[in-house]
Design a protein around this ligand. Structure first.
Ligand SMILES: *[C@@H]1O[C@H](CO)[C@@H](O)[C@H](O)[C@H]1NC(C)=O
Ligand SMILES: *[C@@H]1O[C@H](CO)[C@@H](O)[C@H](O)[C@H]1NC(C)=O
Ligand SMILES: *[C@@H]1O[C@H](CO)[C@@H](O)[C@H](O)[C@H]1NC(C)=O
Length: 321
């Protein structure tokens, strides 16, 4: 009898949690059209990036999927064209693990496209093993932080000439778990034992937030805004890798409570289209609402400035704004 009550209670709690989470999951209610707008979504070929790109294509935007794998990029493009009926969707090769690729992408884009209205830095990896890229930076940090930084700076001239440029960074609540050490950005102080993939992910996501803070300062006086966000706990491959590697049952139970990819894309879409945020910059969002960042470091303006300068140095690059 006791066991039965307990089971019923558990089922009830689970059901309640499910309904609660679905109801509080922020949905972008704005139906704004984007005809005439040009959008880049990095990593637009799968997961949240794909859902974001598809939604923006349905609104009539010219959408560029910037991703590494050509066949997957083209397959995603075809799928978006088929479902949205918008033919103005393209694949362009971008490999964030190579700064040469980032520069090539930006050069060609600037040469071939007339404008850029929305840049969505969505692509990211789950932290990476302790390996360096051809540019000598830690793979996970380059993909999630250094390369998007460079890309944003290089594309800035185009964004600036847009009537209302928006730069959106997909960060994560994982930034809460990070402590940033500016002398250890590429985990040079770690040994085989202390190196942690999860830590790299958390640090890179904190960097996304700090960059948004510093970039928004540098953008004052322009019409370009920049914001970062936490998409929610979304059922994607990245999450699989990080949190649930050994816990299959828990994973099966947790899955319905997580956001699906469409839900996970909502805050990004909101920041890309909603007139409500047209003058908002340097802020952090989740569930389509502005919220506070999780740690003191994430709102440390001085740390943000230093991170910007160190990143420029490590990239051997000087931004001109
Ligand atoms: C996560 O890391 C593993 C290596 O540990 C890699 O095989 C996998 O492709 C990564 N997943 C993503 C989504 O990058
Ligand atoms: C997004 O994050 C990247 C990497 O941290 C950074 O370079 C870029 O400036 C950020 N963009 C915005 C809009 O914050
Ligand atoms: C944003 O600023 C412009 C110019 O100052 C103003 O016309 C517009 O109403 C503002 N939008 C919002 C949503 O506050």
């Amino acid at each position: 009898m006791f066991l039965l009550s307990l089971i019923i209670l558990l089922i009830f709690t689970y059901g309640f949690l499910y309904v609660y989470l679905k109801l509080t999951s922020g949905i972008c209610k704005c139906s704004k059209h984007l005809v005439g707008k040009v959008v880049i979504v990095t990593g637009g070929n799968n997961g949240i990036g794909f859902e974001t790109a598809k939604d923006l294509a349905e609104r009539g935007a010219r959408v560029i999927l910037a991703c590494r794998d050509e066949s997957r990029g083209i397959a995603a493009r075809d799928k978006i064209i088929a479902t949205s009926g918008n033919n103005d969707v393209y694949y362009r090769h971008l490999d964030l693990a190579s700064l040469t690729s980032v520069k090539k992408f930006a050069d060609e884009f600037i040469r071939e496209e007339k404008c850029l209205d929305i840049l969505i830095n969505n692509a990211g990896i789950n932290g990476s093993r302790n390996v360096r890229t051809e540019d000598g930076l830690l793979l996970g940090m380059q993909t999630n932080h250094f390369a998007p930084f460079l890309l944003t700076c290089l594309l800035f001239p185009l964004l600036k000439s847009s009537a209302s440029g928006r730069i959106i960074n997909v960060s994560s609540m994982a930034h809460n778990r990070a402590t940033l050490d500016l002398d250890n950005l590429n985990m040079e102080k770690e040994t085989e034992e202390t190196y942690s993939k999860t830590h790299v992910y958390a640090v890179s996501k904190l960097c996304n937030i700090l960059f948004t803070v510093e970039l928004s300062k540098r953008l004052k006086g322009t019409k370009v805004t920049t914001n970062s966000l936490h998409p929610g706990v979304v059922d994607t491959d990245i999450l699989d890798e990080i949190y649930f590697k050994y816990v299959h049952l828990l994973k099966a139970l947790a899955k319905p409570l997580l956001k699906n990819r469409w839900e996970g894309a909502q805050t990004t879409i909101y920041l890309a289209v909603s007139p409500e945020v047209e003058n908002v910059s340097g802020k952090y969002f989740r569930d389509c609402k502005m919220v506070n960042v999780g740690t003191d470091q994430a709102r440390d303006v001085e740390l943000a400035r230093k991170l910007w300068e160190i990143s420029e140095k490590l990239l051997n690059f000087k931004s001109n704004f």
